[in-house]
Design a protein around this ligand. Structure first.
Ligand code: NAP
Length: 313
């Protein structure tokens, strides 16, 4: 039996339509949400991500502004940039694109963002709100994982959830959201003993590791739901064959581009999982959708309004 494929592109589109309607109503009331994105220097991957975020704002009617301080900007200069954005009322969300150049104190910059405008949900104040179940801004990728579960009618309460990865931006907030949704949660990392055995306990397995295809069938209880957060690029032919031999669609795109994207979950897992997110087209599209959601949520919370009714707040 093969797994039900959880279509992240479709779910993200649903969320984006809901947000566009919300933005229309807010804008008509003179409260158009606004997002400022700070991109320091010329990191090619960051430039692509920022372009995607600005484009999403345009499509949904959200005001956006891109600030592009030079590669040589100092911590003090960037603190000034953030401080100005904190003061501007028409800016509801501030996103400082990571990574910052190595001479910049990134923690200091992120700490300077007004928590009410912290649409990445990385500020310790928002981390605290999440862990104490108070309304706040939740990191976009884990929030997107919860939306996939909710909108696919996959029950969470009372189930065993295992999260592999304990980063501040994915693993830990994903675990916290699952706890808040009444799952019984285990968090694994590189020092976990018998990782396959622990993962096999999971009704819901979240992989946020950063290692191509590491989660094989051995790690998965038949029928489990598998959420693959990983995004790894393969360029090596032998590695490609190890994962995708005989997959003609992948073969064509690998030939054309010289690379392909794979998650942290081996494609063979689709043979035994009950449901699984594909890569690409699973968790990825949700990340930008949830950034847009957070921008609207910030706009409403800053004005004391009710927040839209998505599941993870
Ligand atoms: P990260 O900060 O590098 O954290 C990786 C985590 O995986 C760490 O906690 C690490 O454990 C654990 N880990 C590494 N090797 C392991 C192993 N062999 N066994 C068990 N655990 C292991 O990565 P991240 O930022 O959380 O991102 C994880 C993945 O998600 C990456 O592929 C990233 O590209 C992807 N991602 C995707 C999106 C999206 O929009 N879809 C967004 C963000 C991230 P230790 O703590 O012990 O080192």
């Amino acid at each position: 039996m093969s797994a039900n494929i959880l279509d992240g592109t479709k779910i993200a589109q649903e969320i984006r339509s809901e947000i566009a309607a919300e933005v229309k109503t807010l804008s008509a009331a003179g409260l158009r949400p606004g997002l400022a994105v700070v991109l320091v220097g010329h990191n090619p991957a960051s430039e692509i991500y920022v372009r995607g975020k600005v484009k999403a704002c345009e499509e949904l009617g959200i005001f956006s502004e891109k600030l592009a301080p030079s590669e040589t900007a100092t911590t003090a200069e960037l603190l000034d940039v953030v401080d100005n954005l904190n003061r501007r009322d028409e800016i509801d969300g501030i996103l400082v694109q990571l990574p910052l150049p190595s001479h910049v104190d990134a923690k200091k910059i992120l700490l300077a963002v007004d928590p009410a405008k912290d649409v990445d949900g990385f500020h310790p104040m928002n981390v605290g709100f999440l862990s104490t179940q108070r309304p706040g801004l939740v990191p976009c990728t884990p929030a997107g994982c919860m939306e996939i579960l909710k909108r696919s009618q996959i029950p969470v309460a009372g189930r065993e959830a295992v999260v592999v990865g304990r980063s501040d931006i994915v693993g830990k907030p994903a675990a916290m959201l699952l706890i808040n949704a009444n799952a019984t949660v285990t968090v694994c990392h590189s020092k976990t003993h018998d990782l396959p055995g622990v993962c096999r306990r999971a009704d819901i397995l979240v992989a946020a590791i950063g290692r191509a295809g590491m989660i094989t069938k051995d790690f998965v209880k038949p029928g489990a739901t598998v959420i693959d957060v990983g995004m790894n690029t393969i360029t090596d032919r032998a590695e490609f064959d190890r994962f995708f031999a005989g997959n003609h669609k992948r073969e064509d795109s690998f030939q054309k581009r010289g690379s392909t994207l794979i998650g942290d979950v081996h494609p063979e897992v689709a043979e035994i999982a009950g449901a699984i997110t594909p890569v690409p087209g699973g968790v990825g599209p949700l990340t930008i959708a949830m950034l847009m959601f957070n921008t609207v949520k910030a706009a409403k919370m800053r004005r004391g309004n009710q927040v839209p009714a998505l599941s993870h707040r």
